[in-house]
Design a protein around this ligand. Structure first.
Ligand SMILES: [Zn+2]
Length: 316
């Protein structure tokens, strides 16, 4: 910076405080780059930032305030620590970067620096380092969003393969679950080798009649969706099911005195096809569960019915 007798330059102590209170980072919101690091000599330190004036150091400079005294111009309150390029940016366009904005940057960067030194007080350093190592995410306060961030990253990566499909990921009971739903009608095809044609035909019939079936993917390829192709690339079988619908069932017990004695209402899910429907439900907070396969062609119940009650223990 050229020396100018009209300029009220900051004393070295002010410049150092401006820099240290933002932990050596550029204060501009969109930047935040570190301004300190090793120099070319084995023990050299290079500081690349600037203690910039919020209101100009001279009467005609950017954001100049004629009402300020020289002391006020060179005071800590009138300074902001910036990297070289942000310092030049704010002085080239003072209208775009008014004093109030620069003060807000300074306040936020100082607050951020304060949070950084207060992270993980005392305990948990090992856990912080482990999380940082596993996630590549150095900030320990970033720990809570890691799981949603990982899900979001997988969703974005998969949706890029086929933007017509909405991807939802979840982790339930120790298993990764990926749900795909179409944003619009779209077609893709399975190329089934002749040897598997009969088994695929029978599985397709089963989806229609029973609502669910497994398909053998050996030798089968997919055309028309990079996402489906990717999802099935390592799969051995594909299970196709009709979506379940919520269903409520009333369980009634016959009693000689009261022929229709209401017993319990079960909340559950109904699924199935044209020939067979399956119901799974529970009541009394899971103490009573009912599983039932219903034949829709003959009107009679087929095998697979079950009614369970959980063991009860009296709690103190
Ligand atoms: Zn910067």
């Amino acid at each position: 910076m050229a020396k100018n007798s009209n300029r009220d330059e900051f004393p070295a102590s002010v410049i150092r405080r401006l820099r240290e209170r933002v932990a050596n980072r550029c204060s501009r919101d969109e930047c935040g780059v570190s301004t300190i690091g090793p120099g070319s000599g084995p023990q050299d330190v290079v500081i690349q930032g600037v203690g910039a004036h919020i209101h100009a150091a001279s009467p005609n400079g950017p954001r100049a305030d004629s009402g300020m005294t020289p002391e006020q111009r060179r005071s800590f309150d009138n300074g902001i620590w910036l990297c070289q390029s942000c310092a030049s940016l704010i002085d080239k366009d003072a209208t775009r970067y008014p004093a109030a904005l620069l003060r807000a940057w300074k306040m936020r960067r100082e607050a951020e620096a304060l949070l950084e030194i207060n992270r993980w007080p005392g305990v948990g350093e090992g856990q912080r380092q482990m999380v940082a190592a596993l996630s590549g995410y150095p900030g320990a306060t970033a720990w809570p969003p890691i799981v949603p961030n990982a899900h979001r990253a997988v969703q974005i990566a998969l949706e890029r393969l086929d933007p017509r499909v909405r991807v939802q990921t979840s982790y339930i009971n120790g298993r990764e679950r990926i749900d795909l739903s179409a944003r619009e009608d779209f077609a893709f095809s399975f190329l089934v080798p002749p040897a598997r044609a009969a088994s695929w035909k029978s599985s397709l019939n089963q989806v229609v009649t029973h609502g669910t079936a497994a398909f053998d993917l050996g030798g089968v390829s997919v055309k028309g969706s990079r996402l489906i192709e990717h999802m099935l690339s390592n799969a051995v079988t594909l299970e196709i099911s009709r979506p379940e619908t919520a269903a409520v069932m009333r369980l009634e017990l016959e009693h000689e005195a009261q022929p229709c004695w209401f017993f319990a209402q079960l909340d559950g899910q109904m699924s199935g096809g044209s020939a067979l429907a399956t119901y799974r439900g529970s009541a009394l907070e899971g103490m009573l569960t009912l599983g039932m396969d219903v034949s829709l062609t003959g009107g009679t119940r087929t095998g697979g019915n079950s009614l369970h009650t959980k063991d009860q223990r009296v709690r103190d």
